[in-house]
Structures are given as structure tokens and as C-alpha cells.
Design a binder for this molecule. Sequence first.
Ligand code: NI
Length: 391
Amino acid sequence: MLKERLEPKVISMKSEVIHWRRYLHENPELSFQEEKTSQFVCDQLLSFGNLEVTRPTKYSVMARLIGTKPGKTLAIRADMDALPIQEENEFEFVSKTPGVMHACGHDGHTAMLLGAAKILSSMKDQLQGEVRFLFQHAEEYFPGGAKEMVEAGVMEGVDMVIAAHLMSDLEVGKVGITYGPMMAAPDGFFLTIKGRGGHGSAPHQTIDSIAVGAQVVTNLQHIVSRNTNPLDPLVLSIGKFVAGEAANVIADSVEMNGTVRSFDVKFRETIPALMERVIKGITEAHGATYDFKYLTGYLPVINHDEVTKLVEETVREVYGEETISYEKPKMGAEDFSAFMQDTPGCYFFIGAGNEEKGIVYPHHHPRFTIDEDALEMGVRIFVHAVFKILT
Ligand code: NI
């Protein structure tokens, strides 16, 4: 019954959602700079009618759709920002801004949520409770826009929150569901090892910061393999190691920059001290000194069973069991966790990859793109989830 009412609306929305996605793809904006994007979203929402549209922060947009009957409040979030990447795709709607690209699919997230908002705004009299559409700025860049929106009060009175990410490594037609821990907490660190430079032919007169730094790199991995419970996932990666100028000069200092990923909040708190113990021990043993800064990032995304079950059941009812792909947690991160801090929620994946069409590049790649058939799925799942949850 509901399916029959919704289906023509979803199908007729398809081309408009693709159109919006392509417009956004052509006009990407970096995190905390989503001026035109947020204005575009705001203008579209205002044109739908029945929505209370506000700007919780400078570049975010919130639209409230309040049903005619009282009930729960469900928030749905889409992120809107692009990345500092030079696009290498060749389709006709490539980025018009040099060095900036929607390389993570957030153009699609924004378009899908606009599509859902347009359909649902036309069904206000059939809704119980409230749907709150959250268009978030700055997901890609720490400290992220989610926290700012939460601080601005967007989650007040919200009973549940959901969001989806298009995924190029999940085949189009599949929906990825994960119970419990889903996306890791991303911390960062800066480490400088200070030795004493000198002539490459006379190491005994120096403290070789590269030799010491290399041991620190190796030994930090022992935290992962020897000091922590293997059932507490941990990744410790050093992505930057900068030292030295010339072949015959021993480097005075080494600068390192890395990322630490984990899930468990208590376990996470123990990591900086474990790292510092290794760094201190090795540098002292060789007469070097160090400067260590540890930065705590987003909270992990931990899906709540109750909301995840509702999303899973929605997908099963709309598409059938074979569409669901139970995904393992990922060590990537998402500031969607900020919306879930005090509110049960579910974050899930919508497959957007397609080998036959050559849509195989990973997220944040200059040739990343999505299969646009995924957009219609996203709209369909959102509108059905609204009627499932708000009854
Ligand atoms: Ni993303």
C-alpha cells in the first residue's frame, strides 16, 4: 500500500536527483567553505514548501518537516563538502574548480537527501512526528562540521538519527549494514626527534636522528602487536617522515606525523602513554630528545542495534534479503558520530561501484565516481525508513 504510493514519487524524482548531483559535482567546495553549496541546498528546500528551513551554522542547512500528527523525530544527515584533489575524470560534468573535487560522493549524499525531502514534503499530511533533514558542512576536515551543528542545537528533541555513505567498493544494488562498531576514532600525532647533526663520515660525533627515528617507527608497531589486546582493533600509521638534506650530512632532527585508529573509548585513552613510553625509551637510550603531541579526533561511529534493525528491515522490505551485505567495521572515520553522541543512530553504506561501467576507483581518488543508479536507491531507502520509523 505504502510502497504503491511512494514508488511513482521515487521514480519520478530520479532525473532531478541526478541533475542536482551533477550540478554539485561541477561546483565543489572545500570543508568550511560551502557557501554556494549550502545556498543551493537552502534554495531547493525552500522551493519544496512545507519545510521550516534554517541555517544552524554559517554553511549548514536544516529543514524540519513536521507531520500533521504527533510522533517521534527522525533526523537524516547528508554531508556536502568536497576535497582538495584535481579531478581526472572525463565526463561532461567534471569539477569546474581546479584542485577541488567531489571525490567521496558527498555530492550524491546531498542530492539523495534533497530528493527524499522533496518527496516527503509533499506527504506532510501522512506523516506522524517530524523528519529533520540535516545538511552538514565540513565532514572531511577536522574538527568537522557535525560537532558545530550539534552545539547549535540541531539534535534537540531528535529520537533517532540515520545517514548513508555511497561506497564505490560496494557493488551498486547492495546496501551495507553493520551492527555496533562501524567507523573508527581517528587520532593524530606529531613527533619530532631531536638528535645532533654532523658529518656523515663521523657518526660518533653526532646523534643520528634518522637512525633513532627509524627505531621509533619500528617499535611503535610493537604497541599494536605486543602491548594491546588483539581483540581491540588498533591501527598506528606514520604517513610522514621528513629528515635530512644531503647524503653526507647526518640529520639534526626528524619530523613525523601519523594517525591512530581505534574503537573502544577506554582503550583509546591508554594509547598516548603507550606511545610515549616507546618514544621516550628509544630516544633516551641514544641520547636524543623528542617532542610529542597527540591530538584526539572524532568519536567512533558505533551503530545502535535498535535503529540498525529498523534500517535493515526497511532495506529487506523494499529490496529483499539479497540486497543486504553485512559489512565489517572500517578503520576510516566519520564525524557523523557527533550526531550519535546522545541519540541512537545508524550509519550505513549504499553500494555505488560498478566494474562493468569502470566505476572502480577508491574514495579520494582523482578518478573516483559513483554509479548514479545508487542515488535512486538512497532516496527510496530514506523515504521508506521515514515511514517505518515514524509510525
Ligand atoms: Ni565521505
